[in-house]
Design a protein around this ligand. Structure first.
Ligand SMILES: NC(=O)c1ccc[n+]([C@@H]2O[C@H](COP(=O)([O-])OP(=O)(O)OC[C@H]3O[C@@H](n4cnc5c(N)ncnc54)[C@H](O)[C@@H]3O)[C@@H](O)[C@H]2O)c1
Length: 389
């Protein structure tokens, strides 16, 4: 039996989403009762070790296919996680194989745009690791394609889902910080050892690392109007597992200034030469990585926006700063595909918004242009804001 959505519910959803997007996806995606969302994962490398187990926690989702051009990886992950999926060595065979509803793209960054386009053209919804495309124009074309086919596409990261993001957003929206002026975010480690693509053209510390802080700061302060940046390559050579010694072709150090509305300015700093003993595991990080300043208070996010350990609110002349919002709930950074997959089944609109991901992609491109030209770059994209009121 098909689940029908009532007119009343539909109006509620569309009002919340503020767009016709949901209508098209609902029209194209009537899930039968008790039927799970069928997911295909493309790219069975490092991050699939986080995605596969998380997707397997959902009773609404079933991983039916695994694909990797290094085919042995698809087979190995199938066995390691008892997925019981069909495995494929390339996207064309994946799309022609076992039917599925949504593709989860976890490949090299440079491949995302091309793969996501093929999936949309084949009638599949898409969750893409960051970036969802190589350029803003390519990403926007993907969104237009998705809309024209009544499909949905979303891009990582999932930082807006954390209770700490919601807490900070509410503090700002409720005026607890007074007039907000400035914010800073930083994220780095000493670089990735397993794959060259992070250092090749189309890679870099901004789409891999800075993307989290860019999503958080624009999510909190609102869309950016312009960007100025300085990018550099500090370490021109790396040795990586898949290609040995390689030349670093794109930024491994980035400082990006964002101009928001009402005079607010934020700064993101990210790189692959930043000593941080917490690396990819930051559950015990007691220091902050994000700060927001207003004229009546300031906030510091303890840990990282992808691994949140609480928020310090300092808004009193007399009282010491308070560590608040320490409960992460079920938030983990690798939850994006599960959350939007479940939203497709439940016909709800998730907090994660594709226009936000596109805005961040435009910021990354603009930062490169600004650094190369020495000029301030105006942005054209925007997204529904505030994300959390
Ligand atoms: N590793 C992490 O901790 C982590 C965390 C968050 C996000 N990410 C993001 O996840 C993505 C993948 O990163 P990773 O660390 O897993 O890389 P990885 O090199 O470990 O894995 C990528 C896999 O994609 C496969 N692949 C490449 N092109 C393909 C194609 N055209 N078709 C099918 N398979 C293809 C490769 O063979 C490889 O197995 C990147 O966008 C990265 O930014 C990674």
């Amino acid at each position: 039996m098909k689940i029908e959505i009532s007119r009343q519910k539909f109006l509620h959803y569309t009002a919340a989403a503020g767009s016709a997007l949901l209508l098209s996806s609902l029209e194209s995606f009537a899930i039968e009762e008790n039927k799970k969302l069928r997911v295909a994962i493309i790219g069975c490398g490092s991050v699939s070790n986080r995605y596969i187990p998380h997707l397997q926690t959902s009773s609404l989702i079933e991983i039916v296919s695994l694909c990797d051009i290094k085919y042995d990886r698809a087979e190995a992950q199938n066995k390691k996680y008892n997925v019981n999926a069909t495995t494929y060595p390339n996207i064309d065979q994946l799309l022609a194989g076992v039917p599925f509803d949504m593709m989860v793209t976890l490949t090299d960054m440079q491949q995302h745009g091309m793969l996501n386009k093929k999936a949309l053209n084949a009638g599949k919804h898409v969750w893409s690791e960051k970036p969802m495309a190589n350029t803003y124009a390519e990403g926007k074309a993907l969104l237009d394609l998705a809309k024209s086919k009544g499909l949905r596409i979303w891009g990582a990261p999932a930082v807006v889902n954390s209770p700490q993001f919601a807490f900070m957003s509410k503090c700002i929206q409720e005026g607890k910080l007074g007039r907000v002026a400035s914010a800073h975010g930083q994220y780095g480690h000493t670089g990735i050892s397993w794959s060259a693509f992070f250092y090749e053209k189309g890679g870099g510390s901004m789409p891999d690392l800075g993307v989290y802080n860019m999503a958080t700061l624009t999510g909190l302060l609102g869309p950016a109007k312009s960007v100025m940046a300085m990018l550099s390559i500090v370490n021109p050579e790396r040795t990586v597992d898949d290609k040995g010694k390689i030349k670093v072709e794109t930024e491994d150090n980035a400082h990006v200034l964002l101009e928001h509305e009402k005079g607010m300015i934020s700064h993101v700093m990210c790189g692959f030469n930043y000593f941080d003993p917490h690396g990819h595991e930051a559950g015990s990080q007691a220091l902050h990585s994000i700060q927001i300043y207003g004229d009546k208070g300031n906030l510091r996010l303890i840990g990282y926006d992808w691994e949140t350990n609480g928020v310090v609110l300092d808004n009193s002349w007399d009282e010491p700063p308070k560590l608040l919002s320490t409960d992460k709930g079920n938030y983990v950074w690798q939850q994006g595909a599960t959350v939007i997959g479940e939203s497709l089944v439940n016909k709800t609109e998730p907090l994660i918004n594709v226009e936000h991901a596109l805005h961040v992609l435009e910021i990354i491109e603009a930062a490169r242009e600004s650094s190369a030209s020495g000029k301030k770059i105006l942005l054209k994209s925007s997204f529904p804001w505030p994300v959390v009121k």
